[in-house]
Design a protein around this ligand. Structure first.
Ligand SMILES: Nc1ncnc2c1ncn2[C@@H]1O[C@H](COP(=O)(O)OP(=O)(O)OP(=O)(O)O)[C@@H](O)[C@H]1O
Ligand SMILES: [Mg+2]
Length: 431
């Protein structure tokens, strides 16, 4: 299945050109990805209490950073996203501008995105077992259920629509957690940002580049109304979740072809039945898919909660229920070597960053950053899950800070000892 594969780690850690690089309060030390609109860096930041924490910094490409319409929508959406607090949503912790480049900082998820996971599985010619396919989609739906119902402090709905529920935005940690990232960010790339009604003043001479960025690889997960450039709403996210479910269960992509062919198929919502995979009561799963993938949004699931409930019922009745613990065991049993290699590579990059001076130091310019808004409140309906598993800054501090402190405090002692040794030698020589 799924969009263009990206290399996991192409460069030798610690030797990336231009890294480590100071970026305001962040030290970028490893590049871990590159998407259509940004480069993704692993970074470390020092917390107010002096701890050290690992985060991800998404540095938006220059041509987009300098587009006023894009900037306005990105800031609006990122501020909304920063209000969301849920165990299946990657936490946005900062938004700013540095040397003209917009950036978003968020929690680091150590693991794979769904594209990477499926690529690893297809290398082994091993499909994702159905119980984990269902588990991943149920976790994504839990995130959507929360976000779609989120409201501000006064109870007004935030009207969050993700708009880009696709494999590269679903992160799977080695602990078996599933998190959705980039909430609402696709909106900044949508044609609305050129809509005069929204007050955009886009005069970017390189608009064709933005157009390409906007479309590349994304049509494969678009609901028909989205692909046709019509208004999208929360039900468009459920269509995309339906495609994820189809692809994870089928073990292959739904739409194939050129960008234009995929866009045509997406506009018509041409979805074939799930191939026979020998799943128990597959017709029940097909019924869920049929409803999620209805071309007419009115015939689709009207809420993520209802789709989640139907998937839960299917998983329970067919004994295809999985838990985070089991998913984690599956990942660690199958990818032990890759996990160790990935961790080592990132540790080496982190160590190299400590030994080498940063390339450049400057302060980020804040863009009315999401300064700890109160978490969004879901509308009054029972919640399913709500535990924050984000690594505490203190844990990260314990991991990295001692090495730094020791290195820093050893310097003067070594100097004094050397001076004493030189003086003693001179004294002996003069006697
Ligand atoms: N918080 C994170 N923790 C760990 N890895 C991440 C995180 N955010 C992004 N990544 C990795 O970086 C990759 C690139 O992310 P990015 O969002 O820039 O690109 P994309 O999702 O492929 O496309 P798009 O620009 O449409 O979002 C992701 O697919 C993922 O592998
Ligand atoms: Mg993304």
């Amino acid at each position: 299945m799924v969009a263009e594969p990206q290399p996991l780690q192409t460069e030798v850690p610690g030797t990336l050109p231009g890294l480590p690089r100071a970026f305001g309060k962040y030290l970028l030390f490893d590049r871990i990805g590159r998407g259509g609109m940004a480069e993704i860096f692993l970074a470390r930041m020092t917390t107010d209490l002096g701890g050290v924490r690992r985060v991800v910094v998404k540095e938006i490409l220059p041509e987009l950073s300098s587009d006023p319409g894009f900037t306005r929508l990105l800031v609006t959406e990122a501020k909304l996203a920063a209000r969301l607090s849920h165990r299946n949503i990657v936490k946005v912790i900062d938004l700013g501008r540095e040397s003209g480049r917009l950036f978003i900082a968020m929690d680091y998820v150590e693991g794979y995105d769904l594209n990477q996971l499926l690529r690893q599985l297809s290398r082994r010619r091993f499909p994702l077992p159905a119980q984990f396919a269902l588990f991943v989609v149920r976790e994504v739906l839990a995130a959507l259920d929360y976000a779609h119902r989120a409201s501000d402090g006064s109870g007004a709905p935030l009207a969050v629509v993700h708009r880009d529920v696709s494999p590269s935005n679903v992160l799977v940690s080695f602990e078996g957690e599933v998190s959705l990232c980039d909430f609402g960010i696709a909106r900044a790339l949508s044609p609305e940002h050129e809509n005069p009604a929204l007050g955009s003043q886009t005069t970017d001479p390189d608009e064709s580049r933005i157009q390409r960025v906007r479309v590349a690889g994304k049509s494969a997960y678009m609901a028909p109304e989205h692909a046709r450039g019509e208004e999208v709403d929360t039900r468009s996210d459920l269509f995309a979740a339906g495609i994820l479910l189809w692809e994870l269960c089928a073990g292959r992509r739904l739409y194939k072809g050129t960008e234009q062919e995929m866009m045509d198929m997406a506009q018509r919502g041409l979805v074939q039945p799930l191939p026979e995979r020998g799943l128990p009561a597959q017709e029940k799963l097909q019924a869920v898919l049929d409803r999620a993938l209805s071309v007419d949004p009115a015939l689709r699931y009207q809420s993520a909660a209802k789709m989640l409930e139907d998937l839960d019922n299917y998983a329970i009745s067919t004994q295809l229920m999985a838990s985070q613990l089991r998913f984690s065991s599956f990942l660690t049993e199958n990818f032990a070597d890759e996990i160790v290699a990935l961790r080592r590579a990132r540790e080496r990059a982190a160590e190299a960053a400590q030994l080498r001076p940063p390339v450049e130091v400057s302060e980020p310019e804040p863009v009315t950053a999401p300064s700890d808004p109160p978490p969004a409140r879901p509308s009054p309906r029972p919640q399913r899950t709500r535990r924050s598993d984000a690594p505490s800054p203190l844990t990260a501090a314990q991991e990295l800070a001692p090495a730094q402190t020791k290195a820093a405090s050893r310097g003067p002692i070594v100097g004094v000892l050397l001076a004493a040794a030189v003086a003693a030698l001179a004294w002996f020589a003069l006697r």
